[in-house]
Design a protein around this ligand. Structure first.
Ligand code: NAD
Ligand code: UGA
Length: 458
């Protein structure tokens, strides 16, 4: 079969892998290749044990791999042989030099641009899939258009809005596809090429186009707005705990205003994940760069409240458990940054585990998908840490359970049996408000939800 389009994606991570699998599945006449510098990752994508856990992903990859979806380490060949190149490399927060701890680290991004320049033998469309600071496309254009050999590059911005745990659904039925381009003839033509790819399965009215800087900025702003809602409700949860209000009731009442809406108003131990914090800090850095200190301060407060909420969770535990955790055994239910993923990047569980160990507690970490990552995250930290996958067994002999990830399996356990196996008085700190608090209390637990009055037997 002759292929209509040859597509390459550089970066086989949480975005590159699933996104390309969806394109391959929806566009059988496109040949899609995903390359990465990490050979283990590519080997895993080519195996039955994919490098990431995502509901529905195994089936999607199985249906397309070897047909029109290929994973490879041959970056040079990939660049030579493909006309449309997505770049989906990591863009973490810079950890050194100017802007350390705030700015985006663009070294992987720039290296990719230089590789594209070096190995291209024909004109190409290069698409920013990674999340980037505004005006990155300008830097890309400057790097790519510096040769006069007739090879031209059109840069597009096409940010990804998928959330982990629901990536396959989000890719199949996106709220919107955003494509930013230059308003030149070739920019518009390149944009249409990408619109045509998505139009294979996304309704036309959901594919929106914009100027390239608006597109880059919209991605940072979307994440900032989402994180801001979580910090807003978490800030209110602190007030609820003082005022004997119930944050779930408050968020339901507030969210029923159609102008506000009900989503992303669940109080928690704070947001985690590889992107919210890094993208807000990147936005803050950008604002400071342009001299907009008040705007920067405003957005930075979203991150500050998130750190405050995590520390508050530890302080609540300490306060409830008679101001000492030393020598106590505490079970952590969940280590992933959210349910339905094994990803632990920036998971609040990492901070909470560290703090508990600082207090000289012994911890038992339990998670259905994230134990491997948890072991890596906690390597080198002093203290007594155990890993037990089964949540009921993990709680045996513990003084407290701290529920950190909203996995469904925690909702319907045999709480009587768990209570019987624990040290007394037994505590539950529900960092996600997903348990039946009254039932746990009736069994004998002292129950501390987030943003609600505790249910205690003292
Ligand atoms: P990731 O770390 O899982 O994957 C990035 C991959 O790029 C890695 O496998 C790495 O080895 C590879 N890579 C780095 N430099 C390379 C090079 N020069 N050549 C080839 N491969 C290279 O990251 P991710 O979570 O997929 O995120 C990628 C980008 O997408 C980031 O900018 C992120 O902000 C953005 N994003 C992520 C999500 C998400 O849910 N994870 C959602 C939307 C947007
Ligand atoms: C988020 C965005 O939702 C995606 O649109 C975006 O593409 C992605 O970041 C990205 O750029 O990386 P993700 O981080 O995968 O996706 O997951 P979310 O569902 O947004 O959850 C983020 C964190 O907020 C999790 O720790 C979650 O538990 C927490 N959260 C979410 C709450 O504490 N309360 C809520 O009401 C919702």
């Amino acid at each position: 079969m002759t292929m209509e389009k040859r597509i390459l994606c550089i970066g086989a991570g949480y975005v590159g892998g699933p996104t390309m699998a969806m394109i391959a599945s929806q566009c059988p006449r496109c040949r899609v290749t995903v390359v990465d510098i990490n050979p283990e990752r590519i080997a895993a994508w080519n195996s039955d044990n994919l490098p990431i856990y995502e509901p529905g992903l195994d089936e999607l990859v199985r249906a397309t791999r070897g047909r029109n979806l290929f994973f490879s380490t041959e970056i040079e060949r990939g660049i030579r042989e493909n006309d449309i190149i997505f770049v989906s490399v990591n863009t973490p927060t810079k950890s050194f030099g100017l802007g350390a701890g705030m700015a985006a680290d663009l070294q992987y991004w720039e290296k990719t641009a230089r590789q594209i320049l070096e190995f291209s033998e024909s004109s190409k469309i290069v698409i920013e899939k990674s999340t980037l600071p505004v005006k990155t496309a300008l830097a890309m254009e400057r790097i790519l258009n510096c040769r006069e050999n007739g090879i031209c590059f059109d840069i597009l911005s096409n940010p990804e809005f998928l959330a982990e745990g629901t990536a396959v659904h989000d890719l199949e039925k996106p709220d919107r596809i955003l494509i930013g381009s230059r308003e030149t003839d070739s920019g518009r033509k390149a944009r249409q090429t990408l619109v045509d790819i998505y139009a294979n399965w996304v309704p036309k009215e959901k594919i929106i186009t914009s100027n390239i800087w608006s597109s880059e900025l919209s991605k940072l702003v979307s994440n900032a707005f989402l994180a801001q809602r979580i910090s807003s409700i978490n800030a209110i949860s602190a007030l609820c705990e003082k005022a004997e209000a119930d944050v779930v009731e408050v968020s339901r009442a507030v969210g029923m205003d159609s102008r506000i809406g009900p989503k992303f108003l669940n109080a928690s131990i704070g947001f985690g994940g590889s992107c919210f914090k890094k993208d807000i800090l990147s936005l803050v850095y950008l604002c400071r760069h342009y001299g907009l200190d008040e705007v920067a301060d405003y957005w930075e407060s979203v991150v500050k409240i998130n750190a405050y909420q995590q520390e508050r969770f530890i302080r609540n535990m300490l306060g409830a458990m008679f101001n000492t955790l030393a020598g106590k055994r505490i079970c952590l239910w969940g280590f992933a940054f959210k349910a339905n993923t094994g990803d632990t990047r920036e998971s609040p569980a990492i901070f909470i585990a560290r703090r508990l160990l600082e207090e000289q507690a012994e911890i038992v970490v339990s998670d259905p998908k994230a134990l491997k990552n948890a072991r890596t995250d906690l390597t080198g930290i002093e203290g007594r840490v155990h890993y037990v996958e089964d949540p009921s067994r993990a709680a045996e002999g513990c003084h407290a359970i701290a529920l950190l990830t909203e996995w469904d399996l925690y909702r319907n356990l045999d709480f009587q049996k768990i209570f019987d196996s624990m040290a007394k008085p037994a505590f539950i700190f529900d960092g996600r408000n997903i348990l039946d608090h009254r039932r746990c209390f009736d069994i004998g637990f002292n129950v501390y939800p987030v943003g609600k009055p505790p249910l205690t037997h003292f």
